[in-house]
Ligand binder design. Structure first.
Ligand code: OAD
Length: 230
C-alpha cells in the first residue's frame, strides 16, 4: 500500500467551528497567543491559561469532524494513511483515523507542569468532567496544566514525525501557514521527487514550492479535489 502522510494545521478544523491562529491579528479564539500559548504566559497566570483551555475543551467535546477529516479517514481503505497534526483538537480521532501524531499536544489531556512529558501524570479528561479547577494538582504535586506544547518548549514528537515524512510516497499539507518550527521543517524530510500537495484557500509560503501542487480551497472541497487527482 502506498503511504500518504497528511500534515494538518488550524485550517483543517475551521469547518468544524474553530479559528486559525494567524487569521485575526495574532489572536487565537480572541486571546493574544503570548498569553495563552507560551511558557511565559503559563508562568504569569496559570489560572487564566487553564480557564482558556477549559472553555476550548468544552467547545471541542461538542464539535464534530468535518468532511475533510472524514475523507482522510476514507483513504485508509486504499492507502497507508498517517496524520501528523499541529492541532490540539481530537477531530481526526473522532473521524476514526487510526494513525495520528500530535506535534503540539492534546487538548483532551492534562499533565504535570513540572514535567509535561512524564507519562505517569498525563490524564485524559472525560467530557462530563473536563475542567481543571484553580489550584488543582497533578500526581507529582505540581499544578495541573493542559497537555499542550507551548511556544518555547520542546516538541518531543518531531522525530517520529520526521521519520514518517521520510517514508511517505506522498505528502499532503492542509490548513497550516507553515511558519512555526520545527513542524514547518518537516517538509524538508520528504524524499526527492515525492509529490507534495497543499490544500489551503490562501497562498502559503513554503520552500518546497517548486514541486508542490496547490489546491486553493478549504479542507473539505480541497480533499475532494485531491481524491480526484489520485
Ligand atoms: P495558522 O493560523 O498559522 O494557519 C492556518 C492556515 O489555515 C492558513 O494558511 C489559512 O489560510 C488556512 N485556512 C483557513 N481556512 C481554511 C479552511 N477552511 N481550510 C483549509 N485551510 C484553511 O495555523 P497553524 O499553521 O496550524 O501551536 O499554526 C501552527 C501552530 O501555531 C499551531 O499548532 C499553534 C500555533 O501557535 C501550538 O499550539 C503550540
Amino acid at each position: 500500500m502506498k503511504r500518504i502522510v497528511f500534515l494538518t494545521g488550524a485550517g483543517m478544523s475551521v469547518e468544524s467551528g474553530f479559528k486559525t491562529f494567524r487569521g485575526n491579528d495574532g489572536l487565537w479564539e480572541d486571546y493574544p497567543v503570548e498569553q495563552i500559548a507560551t511558557h511565559e504566559g503559563w508562568l504569569a497566570n496559570p489560572t487564566l491559561v487553564n480557564n482558556f483551555y477549559n472553555r476550548l475543551r468544552k467547545k471541542l467535546y461538542a464539535a464534530e469532524p468535518n468532511e475533510g477529516h472524514l475523507l482522510i479517514k476514507e483513504l485508509e481503505k486504499d492507502y497507508d494513511v498517517t496524520v501528523i497534526t499541529q492541532n490540539v483538537d481530537n477531530l481526526h480521532e473522532k473521524a476514526g483515523t487510526e494513525k495520528i501524531i500530535h506535534l503540539h499536544g492534546e487538548l483532551t489531556k492534562v499533565c504535570s507542569s513540572k514535567d509535561p512529558d512524564d507519562h505517569r501524570y498525563i490524564v485524559e479528561l472525560p467530557a462530563d468532567h473536563c475542567e481543571v479547577e484553580p489550584g488543582q494538582l497533578a500526581g507529582d504535586g505540581s499544578l495541573l496544566r493542559p497537555f499542550i506544547v507551548f511556544f518555547g518548549e520542546a516538541v518531543p514528537m518531531i522525530e517520529p514525525a520526521a521519520e514518517l515524512v521520510a517514508q511517505a510516497d506522498m505528502l499532503v499539507i492542509i490548513g497550516t501557514s507553515l511558519v512555526v518550527y520545527p513542524a514547518a521543517g518537516l517538509v524538508q524530510y520528504t524524499r526527492p521527487g515525492t509529490p507534495i500537495y497543499l490544500i489551503d484557500p490562501d497562498d502559503t509560503p513554503t520552500r518546497a514550492s517548486g514541486r508542490l501542487t496547490h489546491i486553493k480551497k478549504g479542507a473539505s472541497e480541497g480533499m475532494k479535489e485531491f481524491i480526484k487527482l489520485l
